[in-house]
Design a protein around this ligand. Structure first.
Ligand code: NAP
Length: 675
């Protein structure tokens, strides 16, 4: 089978012969790959001129719904991906991470996009900034989608997940993608792209695929493009220096090598629950995906006095791991993705073994017991556990063997453990296993600057822990220094990587017209019809109500105290209230102000307003005393149309002012309003 690329709306097969890709278990040929003859400049032009505009005619919510539809479509067909994934040497669990883990990132970005982004093509960043004395000139940061292309260059270990976790945020932002999977496992990425294209869910030009090398693709990068690279630091650093990328300041995200650590707390005794958790986590990280995970634990940092106990426990567990064809019952670890990958791991093991002792496993592949497959044909290897005697001078802090290989490193106190973790020069993830909160705090505060993610594991969280090695779409994936210095995912943070942040300055009315959000200082429209009588579609941002006034009495304060049970001294005792540094006497309850405000602005009859689902940003700005007279300025601030519901969300700026015109409280009321 010769793999096809998908370029400018057509499937393309190179005429020239290319690299032959082999089954990780049987060694049989699976596919041939070449991108020879592909017109990369034309692909970029197609993405920019067809894909980008097609995507950006939709809102964030509309694109989020497409992602959901795509996720459902792929999930219904997951079996075909599992079948081919077997060729990568993966067990069912390994494939599950890649296939269903990848599809789940589409679901998560779809749901977060609809919950946390506006149903628009522009997004606000933070609150309005007051930059003038009288408020006639103001500022607001905004995000808009960039107009170029997201180019992804992926590693071989997760051909589906690696593609989908980058596609989802780029697509949500409104940016078309060109995927270049690693050659070794590109057959699985190609199969998934075929299904995505066949689904017809994505607009034309939203997704293209390069099977084979990327030719001069990066030579055409501009300042509106993004390159997201996952792979070795050596390749990443080289690609980052592509002249077009440097000259045009193209955004370049790099997820590279990472010598992740797991630190066992000094409080953890053998036979304790946390000790067991630690051993399980390390063994899992060494053997899942045959250790070919960027997040796998490479450095096992343990108290010196526990080194033997940890070595014994790990060795016992590793010796029970059956290696072989994952199609066979009982096989826990499959093969590496290919012979080339195994040779690369063995080269790195040779470097590690020069300064450290191999205490479990053998480099001799001929000694390997393999179940259900011919060891001579597949890319099998044994898990290898090393131990070092000189923790600060071991090459385990430098050498990444991208397979089932970890090194035990002893420490004597927390400062030393932190210093050892830092020798990884920046990692994707670090774990701390301890039952002692103070140990956890010390280790996290010390090691967090060197990590993109940290997992603290104890008994309480163990049953539901997502584990050391699993990046989650909600959380950032990336790390400083050696790990590439970038971030991916992290929920909507990841979408912002594909958007430009702009500081927008102007008059409040102008900024309101541009952003679709009411700005302090902008005109309010005072209509004769109460805003609660208007349907979602009838309402306009800026529609407002200035309510009647209400006099606050001492009786109100005592009645509210009785009704609510809140008899805090500042509401009840004049002398005590006067001793309080913030009050001059008995002060009205803040929650009373919120309640009386509703009494002033609510329209009581049945109508389009369906429910109040909360308040945001509530602040009590000044005390209110008996004798004060309050009034509410109630203004439609934002509308978010729900695509799949017959109502939308309306946010109302709610400002309470007293008889002197001073703001005493300000907040947003959140309502659901029928279309
Ligand atoms: P790699 O050899 O660096 O390749 C990564 C990608 O770069 C592949 O798609 C590769 O394509 C492409 N590539 C290589 N040379 C290129 C060039 N001159 N121009 C354009 N593209 C080029 O890495 P790998 O062996 O696939 O992956 C293993 C490494 O990735 C490990 O070091 C691991 O730590 C790292 N990794 C990191 C993460 C993370 O999230 N941080 C995740 C997974 C893996 P071809 O395959 O066609 O050569």
């Amino acid at each position: 089978m010769k793999l096809h690329s998908y370029a400018a709306g057509e499937w393309y097969q190179a005429a020239a012969s290319g690299q032959r890709l082999r089954h990780a278990i049987s060694g049989a040929e699976v596919a041939e790959i070449s991108s020879d003859g592909l017109d990369f400049a034309a692909m970029l032009a197609y993405a920019r001129h067809t894909g980008g505009p097609a995507l950006r005619q939709y809102t964030f919510h509309q694109r989020a719904l497409m992602l959901k539809a795509l996720a459902q479509y792929l999930m219904e067909r997951k079996d075909v991906f599992y079948a081919l994934s077997a060729a990568t040497g993966a067990t069912r669990t390994d494939s599950w991470i890649d296939i269903e883990g990848g599809i789940s990132t589409l679901f998560i970005f779809s749901s977060k996009g609809r919950r946390e982004m506006p149903n628009a093509n522009l997004m606000l960043d933070g609150p309005q900034e007051q930059i003038s004395r009288n408020g006639t000139f103001t500022a607001q940061h905004i995000y808009t989608p960039i107009t170029g292309v997201a180019v992804q260059i992926n590693a071989f270990n997760f051909p589906c997940w690696g593609m989908l976790e980058k596609l989802a945020p780029a697509f949500l932002a409104g940016v078309p993608t060109i995927v270049k999977p690693a050659s070794q496992t590109a057959y699985l990425a190609e199969l998934m792209v075929r299904h995505i294209i066949e689904s017809g869910i994505l607009p034309l030009g939203a997704l293209q695929l390069v099977c084979g090398n990327s030719g001069d693709l990066l030579d055409h990068m501009t300042g509106q493009d993004v390159v997201s690279f996952t792979g070795s630091a050596a390749t990443g650093i080289k690609l980052k220096q592509t002249p077009a990328i440097v000259q045009n300041a193209t955004r370049f995200f790099m997820e590279a090598d990472s010598l992740n650590c797991a630190i066992l707390g000094r409080d953890v005794l053998p036979d304790s629950a946390e000790f067991e958790l630690y051993i399980t986590e390390v063994v899992r990280e060494m053997t899942v995906k045959a250790g070919q995970k960027c997040t796998a634990i490479r450095r096992v940092i343990v108290p010196a006095e526990r080194l033997d106990a940890v070595a014994t426990a790990l060795s016992a567990r590793l010796s029970a791991v059956t290696i072989g064809d994952p199609a066979q019952d009982g096989v826990r670890m499959g093969a590496l993705a290919g012979l080339k990958q195994r040779a690369a791991v063995m080269d790195q093991v040779a470097k590690l073994a020069a300064g450290n002792e191999i205490i479990f496993g053998s480099q001799d592949i001929n000694q390997l017991a393999v179940q259900g497959a011919d060891a001579a044909n597949g890319a099998f290897m044994a898990p290898l556990l090393l131990a070092c005697n000189d923790p600060f001078n071991t090459c385990a802090h430098e050498v990444e063997a991208f397979g089932p290989v970890s090194t035990l490193i002893p420490y004597t106190n927390e400062d030393e453990a932190i210093a050892l973790a830092a020798l990884g020069k920046g990692s994707l993830v670090g774990s701390v296993v301890t039952a002692d909160p103070m140990v956890a705090r010390t280790l996290v505060v010390g090691a967090a600057p060197y990590h993109g993610r940290m997992l603290v594991l104890d008994q309480q969280g163990a049953a539901e822990s997502t584990g050391h090695g699993s990046p989650l779409a909600h959380l950032i994936h990336g790390g400083p220094g050696r790990a590439g210095g970038s971030e991916e995912m992290g929920g909507i943070r990841g979408v912002k990587h594909y958007m430009q942040r702009t500081a927008l300055q102007g008059s409040p009315d102008m900024l309101q017209a541009i952003t679709g959000s009411w700005m302090q200082g902008a005109q309010r429209t005072l209509a004769s019809k109460h805003p609660f009588q208007k349907t979602f579609d009838e309402l306009a941002v800026g529609d407002a109500l200035i309510t009647a006034k209400r006099l606050i009495t001492l009786r109100d304060i005592t009645d509210f105290a009785e009704l609510s049970g809140d008899k805090f001294y500042a509401h009840m005792d004049e002398a005590a209230a006067q001793r309080n540094p913030f009050f001059e006497g008995r002060v009205a309850h803040g929650y009373f102000l919120v309640s009386l405000a509703a009494g002033l602005f609510v329209w009581p009859d049945e109508g389009p307003v369906l429910a109040n689902y909360g308040l945001d940003n509530l602040r009590f700005a000044a005390p209110v005393y008996a004798g004060d007279e309050l009034q509410v300025q109630f203004t439609c601030k934002q509308k978010v149309k729900r695509e799949t519901e017959n109502y939308g969300e309306v946010r109302w700026d709610t400002t309470l002012v007293n008889q002197r015109g001073e703001v005493v409280a300000n907040y947003d009321v959140l309502t659901l309003v029928a279309k």
